[in-house]
Design a protein around this ligand. Structure first.
Ligand code: HAM
Length: 417
């Protein structure tokens, strides 16, 4: 029987992994500079956590969660996103006892049972950040600035920063009323899910992906026209901060986000370098979630970057440094094998990438192998040289060779470290 990976789940092979590693290392360096600390939460959580935070009527919870019962009959989910888990960890570990703001970042796999296509997978990876404890728009400005700096280090161009406000407890009810009366007229044209959402959570109709629903929502009332004074001021102050930081943005009143927990500012970063799945990062403020999950009222905001989409772009923009060169150790006969093993270990301890045959074959075949591996330097442990305390070296690229003691060899190999 031939096994294949599950639909929508892919292997990331060594050839591609270098781009991943480069992005992850770059992100970690920048996040440390921005004073974020890494947090790692489990991949499995009680499904109730996501139900409560992302929202029962959201696509993610209704259709896309990987759910199962554990041996005790508890309902478990593979995390579809990171925010809810970080909030849970924040409350459970009383991280609110530390001075504000608390700034966390995470990297890892997320799971959503979506229809797979290019840029959309069932197991995908995010780099996410969450900031707790600050209610001013300086947080959103910092998050957008971080994204801009990160993407510019990765040499990504053609990005659009799109911002909206989803209002707060004060302004949303009036908006919902207006949206409801608009949607009532459209009800016959909506999909069956949205007919149900209409009663329970009309805001979720706004991000339905079904084409009839999209058509029905062409001229829906927009939350941005219903914002209260506080929300308007928040947005205006954010705009001022973005101006100071020289971050170009557009206000996109159509952004609603597919997760229930957002309040106030939301944003998406899109690129013209991908196909239809063009959102490379997204996030916003979620000032009510900590309390909703049992913590003290705590303002919070964050974002997540889609790694698969970012890698796809970086493959077009980044030129990675060549891999470290490999040194190949060959040995003339079985008597030299022990010394060859010692030499391999020594070079590795000195930080030199080294390989040697795992079992004896003729020297000719060892050199053929070295050639196939494309190595520049081969060191040969030979009887005559050993007697003089030396090794034979070959530079395969320049077709030169000679003998040298270990100290000279180490300084010769400095160039490839
Ligand atoms: P999200 O918009 O659901 O937000 O996901 C963030 C990013 O993850 C998307 O913009 C996209 O790049 C990537 N992504 C989402 N689904 C997939 C998929 N099926 N395949 C590949 N990439 C995908 C969140 O997850 C929020 N937790 C973000 C956040 C953090 N908000 C506040 N803090």
């Amino acid at each position: 029987m031939n096994f294949k990976s599950l639909r929508g789940m892919r292997d990331i092979l060594p050839e591609e992994i270098r781009t991943w590693q480069f992005i992850e290392e770059t992100a970690k360096k920048l996040l440390e500079i921005y004073n974020f600390k890494e947090i790692r939460t489990p991949i499995l959580e009680l499904s109730e956590l996501f139900l409560r935070s992302i929202g029962e009527e959201s696509d993610i919870v209704e259709k896309e969660m990987y759910l199962f019962e554990d041996k005790k009959g508890r309902k478990i989910a593979l995390r579809p996103e990171g925010t809810a888990s970080v909030v849970r960890a924040y409350i459970q570990n009383a991280l609110f006892n530390h001075p504000f703001p608390q700034k966390f970042y995470y990297l890892g796999p997320m799971f959503r049972y979506e229809r797979p296509q290019k840029g959309r997978y069932r197991q995908f990876h995010q780099i996410g950040v969450e900031v707790f404890g600050i209610s001013t728009p300086s947080v959103e400005a910092e998050l957008l600035c971080l994204l801009k700096d990160f993407f510019s280090i990765l040499k990504i161009e053609g990005l659009s920063f799109e911002i909206n406000s989803l209002g707060c407890k004060k302004c949303r009810p009036l908006y919902k009323e207006n949206l409801n009366s608009y949607l009532k007229n459209k009800a016959p044209n909506l999909c069956s899910d949205c007919k149900r959402r209409l009663v329970k959570n009309p805001l979720r109709v706004l991000d339905c992906k079904v084409s009839e629903c999209r058509e029905a929502l062409k001229d829906n009332p927009l939350i941005i026209d219903y914002l209260c004074e506080d929300c308007i001021n928040h947005l205006e102050n954010l705009k001022k901060e973005l101006k100071i930081l020289e971050i170009d943005y557009v206000i996109n009143p159509k952004i609603v986000r597919g997760l229930d927990y957002y309040t106030g500012t939301v944003f998406e970063v899109t690129t013209n370098m991908l196909g239809s799945q063009n959102a490379v990062a997204a996030g916003g403020r979620y000032d009510e979630l900590v309390q909703l999950l049992g913590g003290h009222p705590t303002p919070a905001a964050g974002f997540a970057i889609g790694m698969e989409r970012l890698v796809e772009i970086c493959k077009q923009t980044l030129i990675l440094e060549p891999e470290k060169s490999l040194v190949y150790i060959a040995f003339a006969g079985r008597n030299e094998e022990k010394e060859a093993k010692r030499l391999v270990r020594l070079l590795r301890q000195k930080g030199i990438k080294t390989e040697a045959p795992y079992e004896y074959v003729s020297l000719k075949n060892q050199l053929k192998k070295a050639d196939r591996l494309g190595v520049k330097w081969v060191l040969i442990v030979g009887e005559e040289e050993l007697k003089k305390g030396k090794y034979r070296w070959k530079n395969m690229k320049e077709s030169t060779e000679g003998e040298a003691g270990i100290e000279d060899i180490l300084s010769m190999l400095e160039e490839i470290k």
